[in-house]
Design a protein around this ligand. Structure first.
Ligand code: ATP
Ligand code: MG
Length: 458
């Protein structure tokens, strides 16, 4: 009984409450959408200039794709993923990052034997985190992945592509690259046991999350954002002291390459990145700016993930490296005034005829048709639209139309405002003319219908 009442109450509240967006997920429109597209187009241009090709993978993957690659104890898989059982009783995960899906696609599309493969992608990612400035539950990433080459020259190329992309955006704030190496497996085994010993001695000061990391992957404690963990990690053993000579030489090659390409970086041996699959080179690019929240300064992060395809069940262990950038964080750093927006469409405004019905503003069918044909002449050269009456009367023959002043205020409030508008009324229709009104000067010129095209860009 009470259940039925619940359902009734729910129905009642559904019918009276306006719909709400999901927390941490937002709409994007107007300049925000143009900003987003601009950032993506710059990223695509950078990736294509380095020979990367587009790839598109689904938002849903079987959960095992992420569990096998990111590591079941990573923050993303352990705490942040949107995971559910679908109606076929399959565990599904909404894409939290791009690399695992691209690696899965490489295997699915039988490309493992056709190396190298270089891809770029973009799209929404989903992580159940605490929403704040620059941290959303649905956000977009642009990313690149290069498979099949282990030579450190590729690492240099990937970092320099990221740097080229970020610098092609005119963002507010200084960008800086932090660089580290996680070394090879052998180096990590030794470093892991040194860290385990150090953190076990300071166990009582570690956060709950880090106590868990102590047993699974103590290197992750170095990545913690918890103040207490940061204080303990400050005196932890340094990785450089445990690197094998091969790992050290590899890293030296990369540093030299970046120097030669004048790509600035600082070394940060506390940079470990949060996912299981990283090894050797890792880097993050952050931006010092009040526009991003305190913990959201990182706008792009990348690393090498040799062997990821094997973890996913592929037939070969392939080298791979990639990075991903957070589009929303970059958008926060890009001012509206530096966002290219498309040329505005020229509005064709119709002056309503007062004489047809006393007290009402009615546009006759002929005048509407004339306005449509004016717009189609303009559209041969640039975009144009007829400004319609917001409320239509029940019959299709006539429409209540706002006065010209209201139409002007509305079309000129757009960003960017159209450079001019075209105005037609019964008079202009009778004379087969239009009035061209310049937005900046408010000057009006009468133009013959046949001359419209030659007046458009003047
Ligand atoms: P953070 O340390 O900020 O949580 P992360 O290491 O989890 O970042 P990555 O998985 O490396 O992030 O993702 C690459 C980039 O994607 C980040 O540098 C950031 O710009 C962006 N990003 C990650 N999580 C979010 C989020 N929840 N909302 C918006 N952008 C995000
Ligand atoms: Mg994170």
């Amino acid at each position: 009984m009470s259940c039925i009442r619940c359902i009734r109450n729910l129905r009642r509240s559904y019918s009276t409450q306006p719909p709400r967006p999901v927390r941490g997920m937002s709409d994007r429109l107007g300049v925000a959408e143009y900003k987003h597209r601009h950032i993506l187009s710059r990223a695509e241009a950078a990736a294509e200039s380095y020979g990367f090709e587009p790839i598109h993978t689904p938002i849903l993957e079987y959960s095992s794709v992420y569990e096998r690659s990111l590591g079941a104890d990573s923050d993303v898989v352990g705490k942040e993923i949107y995971k559910f059982l679908d109606s076929s009783q399959q565990w599904m995960t909404m894409r939290p990052e791009g690399t695992a899906g691209v690696a899965r696609a490489l295997i699915t599309n039988k490309l493992e034997g056709l190396m190298p493969q270089k891809f770029y992608y973009s799209g929404p990612m989903f992580r159940h985190e605490r929403p704040q400035k620059g941290r959303l539950r649905q956000f977009e990433q642009f990313g690149v992945e290069a498979f099949g080459t282990s030579h450190p020259a590729v690492d240099i190329e990937c970092i320099s592509m990221a740097w080229q992309f970020l610098n092609s955006l005119d963002i507010d704030g200084d960008l800086s690259i932090r660089l580290n190496t996680l070394g090879d497996k052998e180096s990590r085994v030794e470093y892991r046991s040194a860290l385990l010993q150090y953190f076990t001695e300071s166990k009582s000061r570690l956060s709950e999350d880090s106590l868990r990391r102590l047993n699974t992957n103590p290197m992750r404690i170095l990545d913690s954002k918890d103040e207490a963990d940061i204080a303990v990690a400050k005196d932890a053993p340094m990785y450089v002291d445990y690197l094998s000579s091969a790992s050290r030489e590899r890293f030296d090659f990369i540093k030299l390459g970046l120097d030669e390409h004048q790509i600035p970086y600082t070394l940060d041996d506390r940079l470990v990145r949060g996912l299981d699959y990283y090894q050797h080179t890792v880097w993050e690019v952050s931006c010092a700016s009040d526009l991003l929240g305190r913990s959201q300064a990182t706008v792009l992060a990348g690393g090498r993930y040799d062997g990821l395809t094997t973890a996913l069940g592929g037939s070969r262990s392939l080298p791979g490296i990639g990075w991903a950038a957070g589009i929303e964080r970059l958008a926060l750093l890009l001012p509206d005034c530096r966002t290219p927006v498309p040329q505005s469409a020229i509005p064709v405004l119709i002056v309503p005829d007062r004489s047809l019905e006393p007290g009402s503003r009615v546009v006759g069918d002929c005048l509407y048709r004339y306005a449509l044909s004016v717009a189609s002449v303009v559209r041969k050269q640039r975009s144009a639209h007829v400004v319609h009456a917001p409320v239509h009367s029940s019959g299709s023959q006539s429409a209540m139309h706002p006065p010209l002043s209201k139409q002007l205020a509305s079309v000129l409030s757009k960003t960017p405002a159209p450079p001019y508008v075209l105005i037609v009324g019964s008079n202009e229709m009778g004379q087969r003319q239009v009035i061209k009104r310049d937005t900046a000067t408010q000057m009006q010129t009468v133009v013959d219908y046949g001359q419209i095209s030659s007046h458009l860009d003047s």
